[in-house]
Design a binder for this molecule. Structure first.
Ligand code: KIV
Length: 243
């Protein structure tokens, strides 16, 4: 799940989450912006430092902001270094295709990288909105991008808002753990934005479940999320996209 401060990160860590992501979704849910595009490296470094103070055992992943992972390789390396010094164990960069070269540049220099393809919110303006990606013939392109990122050495791959069947195919054919968000139950792991998982989201895409509903508190909601991801009961077909 995503976290942006030490207190929630500690609760997630204690609930047994394997990975905590300092997502640039903080632009939406913390800063109240309309997209993640305005989020800066300084924002990401600040929140990564905060989250790192709450994490004991989980792997801490931090997002590279817009035009950081996608910029010149030297800049991507400098920015990834700043996030690692702030406490990240792995950085996440949005986009495949031409950006796989930067994934290779970072991994060759000892920076663990998680890829992120499908609906990549940093590209909302070029994608024409928050739409499901990879339907029909576009699925082959996403599979090819996943293979390129795997060759570039990424340690994991987020698949966002893609048909469940395509995510299952990528998970089967690409030898890197997949982490789905709106990508069906066949992914190796799942991620949700914390505010969505606690029923706070302003909009509610179909892949969001309110884990706080029916629970006694936030710690119990996090434990319910961990259990539902581990036992495969989240997401259901209704919480996923068909072809
Ligand atoms: O920024 C974020 O929270 C993310 C997840 C939704 C995967 O990238």
């Amino acid at each position: 799940m995503t976290a942006y401060d030490a207190s929630f990160a500690r609760a997630m860590d204690e609930a047994g989450m394997d990975v905590i992501l300092v997502g640039d979704s903080l632009g939406n849910v913390v800063q109240g912006r309309k997209s993640t595009v305005p989020v800066t490296l300084e924002d990401m470094v600040y929140h990564t430092r905060c989250v790192a103070r709450g994490v004991g055992r989980a792997l801490l992943m931090a997002d590279m902001p817009f035009l950081s992972f996608q910029g010149p390789a030297e800049q991507a390396l400098r920015d990834a270094g700043a996030l690692m010094r702030a406490g990240a164990h792995m950085v996440k960069g949005e986009g495949g295709g031409p950006f796989a070269a930067n994934a290779a540049y970072l991994t060759a220099r000892g920076v663990p990288v998680c890829g992120h393809i499908g609906l990549t919110p940093q590209f909302v303006h070029s994608l024409g909105g928050y739409r499901v990606q990879g339907r029909g013939a576009e699925g082959a392109r996403l599979l090819a991008e996943a293979k390129e990122l795997a060759l570039a050495g990424v340690s994991a791959l987020v698949l966002e808002a893609v048909p469940a069947a395509l995510a299952a195919e990528i998970t089967a054919k690409v030898a890197v753990p997949t982490i789905g968000i709106g990508a069906g139950a066949s992914c190796d792991g799942q991620v949700l934005v914390m505010h969505d998982a606690l029923g706070l989201g302003a909009r509610r895409p179909r892949f969001v479940r309110d884990f706080l509903a029916g629970q006694g508190g936030i710690e119990a909601a996090f434990a319910a999320y961990v259990e539902a991801v581990r036992d495969g009961s989240f997401p259901t077909a209704d919480e996923s996209y068909a072809e």
